[in-house]
Design a protein around this ligand. Structure first.
Ligand code: KE4
Length: 432
């Protein structure tokens, strides 16, 4: 299915560039690193996106994670419709907030108390503020190529769009703030131990993507999580497990469940809002009770706990919980089939490809090197990835437009979509 006629999208892109830097409202949506012009979406259903020119594409970025049940999933749409009839926001408490909180706690027993916010960035920014208050320390450790949102101190050697655009961090972040963040290589306990030794008593927290998605998918080495936990405990630093991407995706209780993690704080986003703006930070009650109005750490938000977002999140998390055996088995089977099917076609075509996958998130790195950290991810042939992306898009398969992002699939991706994707890859590998 050729989708090369995108005239209306091109016109819409030109108009959008009048209003938005780069023509969009988030840099990762642009096609600068892969070439070509991004199609403009008119609607989506199940595993499929439909653009303004009437082309259709199998969706492998799923709004960058939230759409785990596929687009326009009826229970989610109906829940939002029902909520919207009662107004769209109150700025006052509703039962729906605790309804969703109950579902979150059922999946994440380590969350004794939480706060809903409106994005993953707000969640991680607030968790870091809380960690600094709780420990009285200033330094934060993050990992190279990981992206934990765009709060100033987290844009140091960040992944996702920062890595994609090849910018070292971000202009506008004062050195005084950037210097409070140590960015270390992922999967390296020796360097982590060394950083704590050099800054004993100064490090408030480590913020960790438990499975990296923002450098492309990087799998934690055996023993890595346990090592991070041991070192943070030894030095009195908090462990913030950033599950904005992995939460509810790699298991019903995310990576925390999958790997048996013991975080002090957890951040969530994406799936928890079912496609509407929701972030969560939460953890031990003694920590969360430091948050105003109980304690001195201030955090607030006009649309926090928004009734439509709560309804969408509740419909999504409720469905995932009530059908977890079927849902996660299907996600694993489908993801394995498409990730390995495409890798097999690359091998037949003599194209060097390294595939990293955990459940329904994975990346095909165009390198023959193993990819265990950002430096190894960066050995990927991004020009070849760009050719692959364009060829797949022209065949109706829309991959995330960056080598340094994870692919996501949904429960709506079936055998037909998987086979169409593998066939498109077989053709694409002949042309790149
Ligand atoms: P948001 O502020 O974009 O809701 O969440 C920030 C965030 C925090 N932590 C992790 C692990 C994340 O992956 C993210 C956001 N992920 C990117 C995609 N790699 C969001 C897409 C975008 O920036 O448009």
């Amino acid at each position: 299915m050729s989708t090369t006629n995108r005239k209306i999208s091109e016109q819409l892109q030109q108009r959008a560039e009048r209003f938005f830097p780069g023509g969009g409202n988030s840099p990762v949506r642009g096609f600068r690193s892969v070439g070509g012009a991004p199609p403009f979406i008119a609607r989506a259903e199940g595993a499929w996106l439909f653009d303004a020119d009437g082309n259709r594409y199998i969706d492998y970025f799923g709004s960058w994670g939230p759409m785990i049940l596929g687009h326009a999933f009826p229970p989610v749409v109906e829940a939002i419709e029902r909520a919207a009839r009662n107004s769209t926001s109150y700025g006052a408490s509703t039962a729906a907030e605790a309804d969703l909180a109950e579902r979150v706690v059922a999946c994440y027993p380590a969350i004794e108390k939480m706060r809903f916010v409106s994005s993953g960035t707000e969640a991680t920014m607030s968790a870091i503020r809380l960690a600094r208050a709780a420990t009285g320390r200033k330094l934060i450790i993050k990992f190279e190529g990981c992206y934990n949102g765009h709060a100033d101190g987290l844009l140091v050697k960040a992944g996702s769009g920062v890595a994609t655009l090849g910018i070292p961090g971000s202009a506008g972040v004062p050195e005084e703030i950037a210097s409070l963040t140590l960015a270390l290589p992922y999967n390296d306990l020796g360097v982590l131990e060394g950083a704590f030794g050099a800054h004993a008593g100064e490090i408030a927290a480590v913020i960790l993507e438990p499975v990296v998605g923002n450098a492309g998918c990087i799998v934690p080495a055996d023993g890595y999580h346990a090592g991070v936990r041991k070192i943070t405990r030894e030095y009195g630093a908090l462990l913030i497990v950033d599950e904005v991407m992995t939460g509810f995706r790699v298991a019903p209780g995310g990576a925390t469940e999958l790997y048996g993690l013991e975080p002090d704080l957890i951040t969530l986003g994406k799936i928890v809002g079912g496609g509407l703006p929701v972030g969560v930070y939460g953890g031990k009650e003694k920590l969360m009770n430091l948050i105003a109005p109980l304690g001195p750490v201030y955090q607030a938000g006009t649309l926090s706990g928004n009734p439509l977002a709560m309804a969408a999140g509740l419909a999504t998390i409720g469905y995932l919980q009530e059908h977890k055996a079927e849902v996660y088995a299907k996600l694993e089977t489908s993801s394995k089939a498409v990730a390995e099917g495409v890798a097999a076609e690359a091998k037949k075509a003599g194209v060097a490809l390294t595939t990293n996958r955990v459940g329904a998130m994975w990346t095909w790195f165009f390198t023959s090197s193993p990819v265990r950290n950002y430096d190894e991810a960066a050995t990927s042939d991004t020009a070849k990835f760009g050719k692959f992306h364009r060829a797949m898009l022209d065949s109706g398969v829309w991959l995330p437009p960056s080598q340094f992002e994870a692919m996501f699939l949904s429960t709506a991706h079936g055998e037909a979509e998987i086979q169409a994707t593998i066939c498109a890859a077989q053709e694409a590998f002949k042309t790149i």
